[in-house]
Design a protein. Structure first.
Length: 773
């Protein structure tokens, strides 16, 4: 295969370095080699430093045959780490003003022929580096614009002053600080990339061909992704512990906090979407690795990718979360975090195990996670590739991959998300680590889908779901979801869970707050706290006149059961009857609707089709007012009968994205004057509760409870159910067998009483007595 211009110029450069007499060239510039020094097994020769006095040798130069050949490194001073060409620019004749001139001079001297092809500019040529040391005013300007970053952090990490973009007219160039990015050979080879930020703290203007306006970015990278921080590079070999942080600002802030502490090293590879340089994993063998990325979805996923790569080789790997309410490490440090506080949070974080979900991230997932998407695989029905975009909250099937265009990609992933990655021609690629043609994109899409089959008939949407093995719950919040395994809530980032496809395609229906629910989960096992919560709910329900004093408690148990309705093996349907003036509608509107919030779906005299449309893949709680006026009660009752034990609705469209099978595991609340169409079969499915009229001469005053108060109640009740679920389930089994009672009727009433008795601390014997009545 013919070599590319880039490959030819790389070979030309390498041939010059191999043919050049490295020591002679450097000695001609004043280098003093230590008397009697000989190259070690890696080609390094001890020498005296350039440009500063040293009584003992404090530098070295490589004359070996490896990638470090021609490199000069100073162990003191400014810690110079220069290639042969850069050495000649700094210490050679004045006629050699940049590294390209140095290369040409040496190429001619050692008879190396230039390639006969167009020159391919190297990443380093995007920058014109200043020859002198960093200027304090520029450092002060940068630190002032980036609170939390210190001058020491900038100096230790190896910031260099430069102009960007050096290929543009001087008037369009910007003052930047640049950090080298190193590959697996670290500083024994040239940097593989460069990462820069503007000195004044503003966004970098990136001029793109064929566009009038420049793109704006916090930082700019050129070349390949690598490890930043010169202090990290210099001390990695002897260090026992390394911390990865997400971005440049985080790295600078944390290095400033740690100072010149070579026991706690910090590095960054530039962003949450960046990946470890190929073949670099061995650098962390036997080391303790901490990953502290931002508290958002890209950050959590990026941390999982790094952790999964290093877990097999590192001694320990931790994914450390920045304490709330801080979003990233710089915010935390800016808020006053000390080095002891940071180290204590790191030490308190449990190391990952290979079985942890964060330790299992496939290579194909990585790329599409950057696009906020998951490639679920191919459908069994037609072989379509199924894309789920979290940005659009939408599924898209792809049937013919060869016709998948840029426009189709924009429709599937969202134009703002996918456009930075796609170019029309290879010639338009400015960042090979990110950009590609649509053909390459098609290939990635196929590669991600191959070998994976997706069953789009198994979907779960808004609500709470229990895994088939019973060990975990999934809480879906409209456009995000969390797992709960009995210990704490953890964000769930995949589009599938427990063999099911997660449907986040609802509107933004946020019905719980992760922080608030996490707080209540910590206290939900305390009997006194549970008693106080359920007593408040019972007090609300006692504002109505019930036909039995037990009905408020049974209703309270049914309300709690409905919050996790899909998780129970059997669930009642609730019928609340009463005359016009008994307050049925008021009960629904003033208690149930605000209590369920976005998890609820309130209807009045709906059709069966309307109910199905409202439910679809969700576990929404449906309340039906004026049930007795519904025109098709018979069909609705059939639907409700199916929901008691859980079943399927086999209706709707049958394409790959909108399958015809929906699960129905719902607990319905029905309100009406009477239910004349109830058949005998319905009496062992429904909990029938009756409201009485207001006694003559009395006035019912229903307190006006705020949305925030009822929302808080929802969080408290849900936390109790999650923590006590197994105990409630066992109580339900204990209550579901009694002589002379039809089994299903017993099971129906046993569920709300099991919930109420466990939360209230009733004994099994007392609960059975109540159930008998």
């Amino acid at each position: 295969m013919a070599k590319t211009p880039e490959e030819r110029w790389k070979e030309y450069t390498r041939e010059i370095i191999e043919k050049a007499d490295v020591l002679a060239e450097m000695q001609s510039c004043g280098l003093r080699v230590f008397d009697g020094a000989a190259p070690n097994d890696r080609g390094w020769v001890i020498c005296h430093a350039m440009g500063r006095p040293d009584n003992n040798p404090s530098a070295r130069v490589n004359v070996g045959t490896g990638p470090a050949r021609g490199r000069y490194q100073d162990f003191g001073g400014n810690h110079d780490n220069l290639s042969l060409f850069d050495f000649l620019v700094k210490w050679g004749p004045a006629t050699i003003s940049d590294w390209k001139i140095a290369r040409t001079v040496l190429g001619d001297k050692y008879s190396v022929r230039k390639p006969r092809c167009d020159y391919k500019a190297l990443p380093i040529e995007s920058f014109r580096f200043a020859s002198g040391p960093l200027l304090p005013p520029m450092l002060m300007m940068f630190c002032h614009a980036k609170p939390g970053i210190t001058i020491q952090g900038c100096m230790l990490t190896g910031a260099r002053s430069a102009n960007y973009n050096a290929r543009l007219p001087l008037s369009m160039q910007q003052d930047v600080f640049v950090w080298n990015m190193y590959g697996p050979n670290l500083d024994e080879a040239d940097p593989i990339g460069y990462h820069a930020a503007r000195v004044d703290g503003n966004k970098v203007q990136i001029h793109v061909k064929h566009r009038n306006e420049p793109n704006l970015s916090k930082t700019v990278s050129r070349g390949e992704v690598g490890f930043m921080n010169d202090f990290f590079i210099q001390h990695l070999h002897d260090a026992a512990e390394v911390t990865f942080v997400e971005g440049l600002s985080d790295m600078l802030a944390m290095q400033g906090l740690f100072g010149a502490n070579d026991q706690h090293l910090v590095t960054s590879i530039g962003s949450a979407s960046a990946r470890l340089p190929q073949g670099s994993e061995y650098l962390f063998a036997g080391k303790i690795v901490n990953v502290i990325y931002d508290n958002d979805e890209p950050g959590l996923h990026g941390a999982s990718v790094i952790a999964s790569k290093l877990l097999p080789i590192a001694a320990n790997v931790r994914i450390v979360k920045v304490p709330e309410p801080h979003n990233d490490i710089r915010d935390w440090i800016l808020a006053g975090a000390t080095i002891d506080e940071v180290l204590s949070v790191i030490a308190a974080t449990e190391a990952l195990k290979p079985t942890d979900p964060e330790a299992k991230v496939s290579d194909h997932e990585e790329f599409f996670r950057n696009l906020q998407a998951d490639i679920l695989g191919r459908t069994r029905q037609r072989g379509d590739i199924i894309i789920y975009s979290r940005y659009l909250r939408r599924f898209t099937p792809v049937d013919k991959i060869d016709t998948f265009s840029k426009n189709a990609a924009a429709m599937a992933f969202g134009a703002p998300v996918v456009e930075p990655y796609l170019v029309d021609r290879k010639e338009d690629i400015t960042d090979p680590t990110q950009q590609m043609t649509i053909k390459d994109f098609q290939w990635k899409l196929v590669a991600a889908a191959n070998g994976r089959t997706v069953d789009m008939t198994r979907r779960c949407g808004l609500g709470v779901w229990r895994s088939d093995d019973g060990n975990e719950f999934l809480l879906i919040n409209g456009n995000s979801c969390d797992r709960f395994n009995g210990d704490e809530l953890q964000p769930h980032l995949n589009a599938t869970w427990d063999g099911k496809v997660i449907d986040l395609s609802s509107d933004d229906e946020t019905w719980y707050q992760r922080d608030k629910l996490s707080e209540y989960l910590k206290v939900a096992a305390e009997p006194a706290w549970c008693e106080e919560v359920t007593s408040r709910l019972e007090s609300m329900l006692q504002d109505w006149y019930w036909a039995s004093p037990m009905y408020p408690q049974i209703m309270g148990g049914c309300i709690m059961a409905s919050l996790m309705q899909s998780c129970w093996p059997i669930r009642p349907q609730v019928a609340v009857i009463g005359q016009t003036s008994s307050g049925k509608s008021t009960l629904a509107k003033s208690v149930l609707d605000p209590l369920f919030g976005k998890l609820g779906s309130a209807m009045s005299a709906p059709t069966e089709a309307g109910i199905r449309q409202a439910i679809r893949t969700t576990s929404k709680v449906v309340t039906i007012d004026e049930f007795d006026t519904c025109s098709n009660q018979i069909r609705i009752l059939e639907l409700l009968r199916n929901a008691t034990l859980g079943g399927d609705i086999i209706k709707g469209r049958s394409d790959a994205v909108n399958p015809s099978i929906y699960k129905i595991n719902h607990l319905f609340f029905c309100f009406g004057i009477k239910f004349p169409l109830f058949a005998r079969a319905d009496r062992n499915r429904f909990v029938l509760l009756e409201l009485k009229d207001i006694p003559k001469g009395q006035v019912r005053i229903i307190p006006n409870r705020s949305q925030s108060e009822m929302g808080d109640m929802r969080h408290r009740l849900l936390s109790i159910l999650l923590v006590k679920f197994e105990e409630i389930l066992q109580r339900h089994r204990d209550l579901s067998s009694a002589p002379f009672v039809e089994p299903r009727t017993l099971q129906i009433y046993a569920l709300p009483l099991a919930i109420w008795s466990v939360v209230k601390g009733w004994s099994l014997a007392d609960t059975k007595t109540i159930l008998d009545h």
